[in-house]
Design a protein around this ligand. Structure first.
Ligand code: SF4
Length: 304
């Protein structure tokens, strides 16, 4: 008989039934990993991408519904290829063999069970990065203690009216802040190897939205007051209006130089350390090419 799990892994708390290939929850995903891209990636923060790239695995399905999502094709469109735990472990190994600096799991939360099993089959010697929109349950993140070395969560909003409107999650900040505490508790302060590559720590990303600089400034102050030098901040100015942004006139444009400077100047007043992305990096060329489908036979090449 087909195995069925009842899932409450993320704050959606669906208690929905998920089989290997299909799910009735908010994310609509089965419990086996569905992945859309496996490749070295050069566009993360410098201490993550380095010279050889970050070994990214992009998972399909998302627990948020951001109207400006750049990856709608995989977050809501279901694009991707479903793989076994053994195949996932094989991909982790083959990425490591390409010389990447880390294994970077992008939007992995619906598949935590399979991911933990894959690392039991194959544990790479490079750091494991957990790259998430930040909408996580602390108790689920606790299960990754001793497995994940670097957390890369977003802190998108502090204001519930914004998180409800743009990401379908009025309780975003409550869950994102609780889970961030757990992440920082696990990783401790940022640590680097002799080449400046991150080996341990938490980098919090924040994307500035048009017309929403107050939210950005409140987020930065919150991070400074509560975490300070225990985290790095990655301030992103590359917002472009894609996905369903055209339905929201106020965010249907890139951010202006004035908006960017305002937030950057506040960051300069705080003790947070980290990265600020150049404003001219707002371009669709930074959206990865998702290229894996269920009929992509070549994708089955890698084995433990
Ligand atoms: S991971 Fe998917 S099925 Fe599970 S609680 Fe979250 S949205 Fe629901």
């Amino acid at each position: 008989m087909e195995e069925v799990i009842v899932c409450s892994l993320c704050p959606r708390g669906c208690n929905a039934e998920r089989t290997a290939y299909a799910g009735k929850g908010y994310c609509k995903m089965g419990y086996l990993p569905r992945i859309a891209r496996v490749a070295p990636h050069m566009w993360e923060e410098p201490c993550i991408s380095g010279k050889n790239g970050s070994g990214t695995i992009f998972f399909s399905g998302c627990v948020l519904s951001c109207v400006f999502c750049q990856n709608m094709k995989i977050s809501k469109g279901g694009y991707g290829k479903t793989v076994s735990v053994e195949e996932l472990a094989g991909h982790i190994r083959s990425l490591e063999q390409k010389g990447v600096h880390n294994i970077n799991l992008v939007s992995p939360t619906p598949y935590i069970e399979s991911i933990i099993k894959a690392f039991e089959l194959y544990k790479p010697s490079v750091p494991i990065v957990y790259n998430t929109g930040g909408y996580e349950k602390a108790e689920t993140i606790r299960r990754l203690d001793g497995i994940v070395d670097i957390y890369l969560p977003d802190m998108k909003y502090i204001r519930s009216e914004l998180s409800a409107k743009y990401s379908g999650a009025s309780d975003y900040f409550k869950y994102a802040s609780e889970s961030l505490e757990e992440m920082v508790k696990q990783t401790g302060s940022p640590a680097f190897d002799e080449n400046g590559m991150m080996i341990k720590g938490t980098i919090v990303r924040h994307l500035i939205l048009p017309k929403n600089t107050k939210n950005s400034i409140e987020v930065l102050r919150y991070l400074d007051n509560n975490f300070g030098e225990k985290i790095l901040i990655s301030l992103m100015g590359q917002y472009i209006p894609v996905g369903d942004a055209e339905k929201y006139p106020e965010i249907n444009r890139c951010i202006t130089a004035r908006e960017y400077e305002k937030v950057l100047s506040e960051l300069g007043n705080l003790s947070l350390d980290g990265f600020a992305q150049e404003l001219d990096s707002a371009s669709k060329t930074y959206i990865p090419d998702f290229n894996l489908r269920d009929d992509d036979l070549s994708f089955n090449d890698s084995h433990i």
